[in-house]
Design a protein around this ligand. Structure first.
Ligand SMILES: Nc1nc2c(ncn2[C@@H]2O[C@H](COP(=O)(O)OP(=O)(O)OP(=O)(O)O)[C@@H](O)[C@H]2O)c(=O)[nH]1
Ligand SMILES: [Mg+2]
Length: 419
């Protein structure tokens, strides 16, 4: 997506170029919503068990480091599918960059019915989005014994006649292992709207620091940029949880450093849901690597700066928040200001999703009435700050009360509750 102006300089991409439309289609109960929740929303696979059927269309925009994926999760009950192909065909199938068709391998009785809608989808895309790529997910492959998986995927491919089309590929997938990640990474590497300016800058960073590897990914492990290119990433969320469980119980880690052969690997969340992974040249000492990392992650961070308006709103809110804390007799507010942006992680006890919010974000969400999101209480000579992060859960919107001490350090959290 490199645009050159008349002087041959790189131009920043326009908004529509930074957004890709992806439709997800398939019969009811095939696993479409679960795939979205696990890959893009941090749900554990188990938490999808009681998903209600999707009504009509669930449209969600995922903003991944400046490039957005507009995901259309289409309810698979027959009446909704028919409605799509009869009344909303244009709206659904225009401007599609990729379509994922999910077919449940454990539901052999419905394969032909699946194929019927698959053909309708191919026809509509052929008319309205000629360049779209189509990915068939032969899903719930975990229910098939290991030695039969390849042949099941192949026979579904045969029934769907995918050999006939150049733009159709099939993958065996399951939310319970890596397969769904690998398949989704393939989709993403085609649809993610990469920005030429950022790609050039990142290549520059790799050169300047002599890095063996640099990747930017979502915290769930989808790679957005990498140099050299790789197709699958590390699920930082999972890695962090495992490291924390083994070495730092009860803590939420912001970064991970570990040895990989003779190399030092450093991973850190540098901005909202943006993870930087670097591999330094062989035998780089840890302190050296850490110093360099802090420079280069600042550089990367400034490449992915949120827009200026948000920056201004944040600066203003920092001041309001500082005044609010002072008014409630919290000491050393000046020193606490650097903590305003630090994310505090808690896990929803209902859906298992990790929620990461900073005090500042909660203040911004409650800008009309700070007392609603941030409560301060004192007693027995100690002061604590309660925050109430909101979270969109499978059971509707819930809030999770978190208690911080007067240094804004995490102390504990209470069960989530519906609002
Ligand atoms: N065994 C297994 N079960 C899965 C997998 N993915 C999803 N499921 C289960 O399948 C059920 C249906 O999942 P949904 O994601 O709600 O299905 P859907 O395709 O969105 O259904 P509609 O919204 O009605 O179209 C849930 O109970 C999931 O837990 C998988 O990879 N393996
Ligand atoms: Mg659904």
């Amino acid at each position: 997506m490199n645009n050159l102006n008349k002087n041959g300089e790189l131009m920043p991409p326009t908004t529509s170029e930074l957004e890709s439309k992806v439709v997800v289609l398939g019969l009811s109960q095939s696993g479409k919503t679960s795939i979205r929740q696990v890959v893009f929303e941090g749900f554990t696979p188990e938490a999808t068990a009681l998903n209600p059927a999707t009504v009509r269309i669930n449209r969600k925009l995922f903003n991944l480091a400046g490039g957005a994926i507009n995901l259309f999760d289409i309810g698979g009950q027959t009446n909704y599918l028919n409605e799509i192909f009869q009344q909303y065909k244009e709206r659904t199938f225009t401007d599609v960059r990729a379509a994922i068709f999910v077919v449940d391998v454990s539901d052999a009785a419905n394969v032909m019915r699946s194929k019927y809608y698959f053909d309708l989808m191919l026809k509509s895309l052929g008319d309205m989005s000629k360049k779209a790529r189509i990915y068939v997910f032969a899903h719930k492959i975990d229910v098939v014994s290991l030695n039969k998986r390849t042949s099941i995927v192949k026979s579904i491919g045969d029934i769907f006649e995918i050999e006939e089309y150049e733009n159709v590929k099939i993958y065996g997938t399951s939310i319970f292992d890596n397969t769904v990640w690998e398949a989704m990474q393939e989709v993403l590497s085609y649809v993610y709207p990469r920005d030429g300016v950022k790609t050039t800058e990142l290549k520059g960073i790799v050169g300047n620091y002599n890095l063996e590897f640099l990747a930017l990914s979502t915290s769930q492990g989808l790679i957005l940029y990498s140099e050299p290119e790789v197709v699958s990433g590390v699920n930082f969320q999972r890695l962090k949880n495992e490291l924390a469980k083994a070495y730092f119980p009860g803590m939420v880690l912001q970064q991970a450093i570990f040895a990989y052969g003779n190399y030092t690997v450093l991973m850190k969340e540098v901005a909202d849901d943006l993870i930087v992974t670097t591999i330094f040249p062989e035998k780089t000492g840890i302190t050296d690597a850490q110093d360099k990392f802090s420079y280069l992650s600042n550089q990367i961070n400034s490449l992915f700066q949120p827009d200026e308006l948000l920056g201004q709103a944040k600066a203003k809110m920092k001041k309001t928040l500082a005044d609010y804390l002072k008014k409630h007799k919290i000491k050393n507010v000046k020193e606490l200001e650097i903590r305003f942006d630090t994310k505090i992680g808690v896990k929803c006890d209902v859906c298992g999703k990790q929620i990461q919010k900073s005090v500042l974000e909660i203040a911004l969400e409650n800008s009309e009435q700070l007392e609603r999101g941030i409560k301060i209480s004192s007693g027995f000579g100690a002061t604590s700050v309660e925050i109430y992060p909101l979270h969109e859960c499978v059971e509707g919107i819930r809030e999770i009360p978190v208690i911080l001490d007067n240094n804004l350090e995490y102390r504990r959290y209470d069960k989530s509750r519906p609002i």
